[in-house]
Design a protein around this ligand. Structure first.
Ligand SMILES: *Cc1c(COP(=O)(O)O)cnc(C)c1O
Length: 393
């Protein structure tokens, strides 16, 4: 049987098809099956004592998790990848890889809110001090470095509010002090932002979102460059916070079509962003691929595409009117998470938790996840919502 070609010689789209596959080890079946298992049997005492087989115990990995780790490392341009049961668990794993008691950590004020809670609720107890910084700081963030600063967390664009960050400039400043650069890269994925090529040491992806693509699994991935890969693997082994085998299998399936789905999310997301920007009820569209976005130049320089998640600020209206808008929608469901095939919307307000910056968008804010429905139907749905908003004013 032909072995798939070595992925490093191939272009990204081909690598998405070829990476992590070993049909010759699975009776020719195209996909690596779901391996469920805790115990792995050793053939003899010598291999038991040497701990020599490739797989030794369920927590150390299976052919299913290995296929996903290999494929993701290839796509992300990483030395290694560790899998976690959720995106948030992957963030916890990345932070635990980089930090020790007594360290100082810098986290963007625009970070995913549960990341913030982890820093305040857990890292604080572990005697790690978190300082929040303005995402717009760029290389200036080095003015906040202290002798015990050991990691900086970036997220671009910011969760909900979509500020862009100058990741290469931040990474360059951080690396002068051997500070670990951790990025939550869930929005762009490695397809639209190759994290390690841009200076990121540990890149986190919530596989729950676009890698799944179908709102049917939870998964987190941490990819590491050569400087951090061994420490990542050691930390992963200590936690043994393993992802479920079924979820890994589904993520591998999602990976094969991820480029197609992301490109469609980009196309449809932009179409809806432009349509919304032209509505009289809309004050601002927070989408970094729109030239009106303050972070557009950075997006254009560093990113290879945009996904289908963005926010909108409405001209001031009452909460009752916003709720009438939301309740009138039939295609845009309300729910957390995103990256699936279905459109979603949630209202949000960052005021309650920001500490380094002021969130004052000048009107109610909504986050949209654009799915694969027909754009004309989505526009009709939103038009119905705006009518209901006007009537409730
Ligand atoms: C959803 C999300 C996460 C967390 O992923 P879960 O799998 O839900 O834990 C992390 N970062 C960002 C930016 C997210 O949107």
């Amino acid at each position: 049987m032909k072995k798939p070609p070595e992925p490093e010689n191939l272009r990204l789209r081909t690598r998405l098809v070829a990476a992590g596959r070993r049909p010759e080890e699975h009776f020719g079946f195209v996909n690596t099956p779901v391996y469920r298992g805790s115990t792995v049997l050793f053939p003899d005492a010598a291999s038991l004592r040497a701990n020599s087989p490739r797989f030794t115990y369920g927590t150390k990995g299976t052919p299913t998790t290995q296929a996903l780790e290999e494929a993701w490392s290839d796509i992300a341009g990483a030395a290694d990848t560790a899998l976690a049961p959720t995106g948030l668990a992957a963030i916890a794993l990345a932070l635990s890889t980089a930090l020790s008691a007594g360290d100082h950590l810098l986290v963007t004020d625009s970070a995913y809110q549960p990341t913030r809670k982890f820093c305040e609720g857990y890292l604080r107890r572990m005697n790690v001090e978190t300082e929040w910084y303005d995402p717009m700081l760029g290389a200036q963030v080095e003015t906040l470095f202290r002798p015990n600063t050991k990691a900086i967390l970036v997220e671009a664009p910011g969760s909900q509010s979509f500020e862009m960050q100058d990741v290469p400039a931040i990474a360059e400043a951080a690396h002068r002090r051997d500070i670990c650069v951790i990025m939550d890269n869930t929005w762009a994925t490695p397809l639209f932002f190759p994290p390690h090529a841009r200076g990121v040491d540990l890149a986190v992806e919530a596989g729950t979102k676009y890698l799944s693509g179908h709102s049917d699994l939870m998964l987190g991935l941490v990819s590491a460059n050569a400087r951090w890969s061994q420490r990542l693997r050691e930390t992963f082994d200590l936690f043994a916070m393993c992802a479920g085998p079924e979820d890994c299998f589904l993520a591998l399936r999602g990976l094969r079509t991820m480029d197609l789905r992301l490109r469609e999310a980009e196309r449809q997301g932009l179409a809806m962003a432009h349509w919304l920007a032209a509505r009289p009820e809309v004050k601002d569209v927070l989408h970094p691929a729109l030239p009106s976005h303050p972070g557009h130049a950075i997006w254009k320089r560093d990113f290879l595409g945009s996904s289908g998640l963005f926010s909108v600020v409405l001209h001031p209206v009452s909460r009752k009117a916003v709720d009438a808008f939301l309740d009138a929608l039939t295609l845009f469901a309300m729910g957390y998470s995103w990256g699936g095939y279905e459109s979603l919307v949630i209202p949000f307000d960052c005021r309650s938790y920001r500490t380094a910056t002021t969130w004052a968008p000048g009107g109610p804010a909504l986050r949209f996840q654009i799915g694969l429905e027909d754009a004309a139907d989505l526009q009709d749905d939103l038009a119905r919502g705006f009518e209901a908003m006007l009537a409730a004013k």
